[in-house]
Design a binder for this molecule. Structure first.
Ligand code: NDP
Ligand code: DGY
Length: 327
């Protein structure tokens, strides 16, 4: 195949080897990669996509009209190394007939596991405890020192009982959770598996000891967790978000945490990412912030890379993708 007939692919980041190998072995494509662990600068992204037939991107790349225009009419497939697709201008992508591949399911277990770890770390104050040991603040065993909140006998509320939300619920139930409430756009038959009760959001907020956000970021969920939201939660409740930072109004969360409106929060996602080191949330002992590591296990990231490369190649060949976003 001549260089002229090969399809042009732009990859916005160095990928785990499992994905790179598949792309490099593909005889029909000329692949250029932003060969770095750091995000591609906007100007390089706009240059790199020029004339591309396929784009493999990450959640940190904003794929908007400007990028689509820079790519031009050749662009047929976008494959994202993520299950979330809020970084893609979906309406515009759809209008242009571009197919989208993404990575559902393969990261569900890793993300659910991390959410449970974050919930326990936040509720049982693990970062504070570690800090006290290291700083010499541990003087003796004291009855109420570093007490937190346990899952046994608790009510857990999950906002968005999708693939990951359900996997979180499945993992939490064996800790002795008494009631599992969930809210979302409609009741889910699969909730039976965890004895989940579908309730209005206000009921979930007022009755839950743990509120876990696992919904997609959409215009409806943007800023959902605001002052009114936190004011409906119990003062002893723990808030966990592993979905997207923009679901939370961080000023309102800071106020809720610093005034004792809620007990604690654990966030794997923030706005912006990275969260500046002088951000007010990082001054609070009752806020645990992680650097968006929900799916970060070696095997999960390898499988995500493989899936996103295969989605891209299948889309370019006009074949069915293993995971294509239905738009
Ligand atoms: P799913 O699509 O399976 O689940 C999303 C859920 O959100 C669905 O149950 C959906 O309900 C629900 N939802 C949509 N709109 C609303 C709303 N207005 N109110 C309440 N619920 C709503 O996706 P996944 O479970 O696979 O992933 C969920 C999200 O997790 C991703 O979009 C991504 O942002 C995030 N994520 C974060 C990771 C991390 O590293 N921290 C890793 C992986 C994912 P319905 O079915 O009724 O539409
Ligand atoms: C996703 O896939 O949407 C996560 O945020 C990263 O794995």
């Amino acid at each position: 195949m001549s260089a002229q007939t090969r399809l042009k692919v732009f990859v916005t980041r160095r990928l785990p080897q499992e994905g790179m190998e598949l792309l490099q072995q593909s005889a029909g494509c000329t692949v250029s990669v932003w060969d770095s662990d750091e995000p591609v600068p906007r100007a390089e992204l706009l240059k790199g996509v020029e004339g591309a037939h396929g784009l493999l991107c990450l959640l940190s790349d904003r794929i908007d009209t400007e990028v689509l225009d820079a790519a031009g009419p050749n662009l047929k497939v976008i494959s994202t190394l993520s299950v979330g697709f809020d970084h893609l201008a979906i309406d515009e992508v759809k209008k242009r007939g571009i197919r989208v591949g993404y990575t559902p399911d393969v990261l569900t277990d890793a993300t659910a596991e991390l959410t449970v770890a974050l919930l326990l770390a936040t509720a049982r104050r693990l970062p504070e405890g570690i800090q006290e040991v290291q700083s010499g603040g541990w003087s003796t065993w004291k009855p109420l020192w570093l007490c937190g909140y346990g899952l046994s006998g608790s009510t857990v509320g999950v906002i968005g009982l999708g693939r990951i939300g359900l996997a979180i619920a499945r993992r939490l139930m064996p800790f002795g959770v008494k009631r599992l409430l969930y809210s979302g756009r409609q009741p889910k038959p699969q909730a039976q598996e965890v004895d989940g009760e579908y309730v209005p959001l206000d009921t979930l907020l007022s009755e839950s000891d743990f509120v876990v956000v696992s919904c997609a970021l959409t215009p409806d969920t943007q800023g959902l967790c605001n002052k009114a939201f936190f004011s409906k939660m119990k003062k002893t409740a723990v808030f966990i978000n592993t979905s997207r930072g923009a679901v939370v109004n961080q000023e309102d969360l800071f106020e809720a945490l610093s005034t004792g409106q809620i007990a604690a929060a654990g966030l794997d996602v923030t706005t912006p990412e990275p969260l500046p080191t002088d951000h007010p949330l990082l001054t609070l002992n009752n806020c645990v912030v992680l650097p968006h590591i929900g799916s970060a296990t070696y095997s999960t990231r390898g499988i995500m890379a493989q899936l996103s490369a295969n989605n891209l190649l299948a889309g370019l060949s006009g074949d069915a993708m293993a995971s294509e976003l239905k738009m």
